[in-house]
Ligand binder design. Structure first.
Ligand code: GCU
Length: 343
């Protein structure tokens, strides 16, 4: 009986500590300030964490301290999909989540996993700074999550712990490749001849080290920030997709903010995305240099055979209800942009 009582008290205490959108008195002793929890899975040193800290500073300034954001990096509040679900049910207020993971919230986000649809960084910037992204952000309101802005997460490329580099799709044959929780990513790997294995980002280092998987795919900051360069031999810039990171807020948290606070949060998000553009490319250059020092060899394969092998997946996006309109708009946005992956 006593034990049950203490267990119950413990649960109440922990729930109180974890409850999102905690209110505290403001520094001037006046109206209550609200502190929002923002959790994500990159380290303190990762460029996206710097941009999220920038977002937090901007929110505080723009709301005169009536809204504060506390950033929890390093997956300390959970892995990416888990945190996304906590934002959805209101126990965490905000998260920065890969668009690929958002596919499990709503199929609309799978458009960013369409291989070779977005051609390069210029095309990505154009799409993400337009109404295309804004329409996608708003479309998941009924699922309890709203997008606020995006952060460049580069392009996804294959890397392996094998002696042979991935130079053509044929080199993926028989390899176990880790993917995020995304059916599209799994399909992409299958079309290229590999065997997809879905797992959380936090589990990848050990899985690569122990040979549970032979490789994975991501941008190059993963080599240094997650120390994956220690268990990687070859990294190939095939650039199969440019999947952005998205800053999302829970609908229940958003509804608790007044209209001035919502405006401030949105502006802060957009300004932090601009700030991120300044830090991202430098971080990539730095990661390449550091990864080389870790012994990783870099390769620049011809992208055309990878694009050709995944044609049927792009056709699917072109015709599916959830994505057909976005597919068309993204294609149109890229019409004047050169493509170095043309077959
Ligand atoms: C990128 C992305 C992360 C994601 C990771 C992954 O690094 O920015 O949000 O978790 O890919 O492969 O899981």
């Amino acid at each position: 009986m006593k034990k049950t009582f203490f267990t119950l008290m413990g649960v109440i205490l922990i729930s109180g500590l974890l409850a999102a959108c905690g209110s505290t008195s403001s520094a001037d002793g006046g109206k209550d300030a609200v502190t929002l929890k923002l959790a994500h899975n990159q380290s303190e040193d990762h460029p996206v964490n710097k941009s999220l800290e920038k977002f937090a500073d901007l929110v505080k300034d723009k709301t005169d301290g009536s809204v504060k954001v506390k950033v929890y990096p390093n997956g300390q509040l959970g892995e990416e999909k888990e945190v996304m679900e906590s934002v959805q049910n209101g126990t965490i207020d905000l998260t920065k989540v890969s668009s690929n993971t958002l596919e499990s919230l709503d199929n609309v986000y799978s458009i960013f996993s369409a291989p070779f649809l977005i051609k390069n960084q210029e095309h990505l910037n154009k799409v993400m700074d337009s109404d295309i992204a804004e329409d996608i952000y708003k479309s998941t309101e009924d699922k309890g999550i709203l997008g606020l802005t995006w952060y460049d997460a580069g392009e996804r490329n294959f890397y392996t712990n094998k002696d042979k580099a991935i130079e053509t799709p044929g080199d993926l044959k028989g390899l176990k490749i880790r993917t995020q929780a995304s059916k599209t990513l799994e399909k992409n790997i299958e079309l290229l001849g590999g065997n997809p294995t879905s797992m959380d980002f936090g589990e990848l280092y050990t899985a690569m080290q122990q040979g549970v998987v032979d490789g994975a795919e991501n941008n190059v900051t993963a080599m240094t920030d997650q120390k994956l360069g220690e268990v990687t031999k070859h990294f190939s810039f095939d650039q199969h997709m440019f999947s952005p990171d998205i800053l999302v807020i829970g609908k229940s948290t958003y509804d608790k903010l007044d209209s001035d606070q919502r405006k401030a949060v949105k502006e802060a998000a957009e300004e932090s995305s601009e700030y991120h553009k300044d830090v991202w490319n430098d971080a990539v250059e730095k990661s390449i240099a550091e990864a080389k020092d870790m012994g990783v060899e870099f390769h620049y394969p011809d992208k055309a055979p990878f694009k050709e092998a995944t044609q049927s997946l792009r056709e699917k996006f072109k015709n599916a209800d959830a994505t057909a309109d976005y597919y068309k708009r993204i294609k149109e946005a890229g019409e004047d942009i050169d493509d170095d992956s043309e077959e």
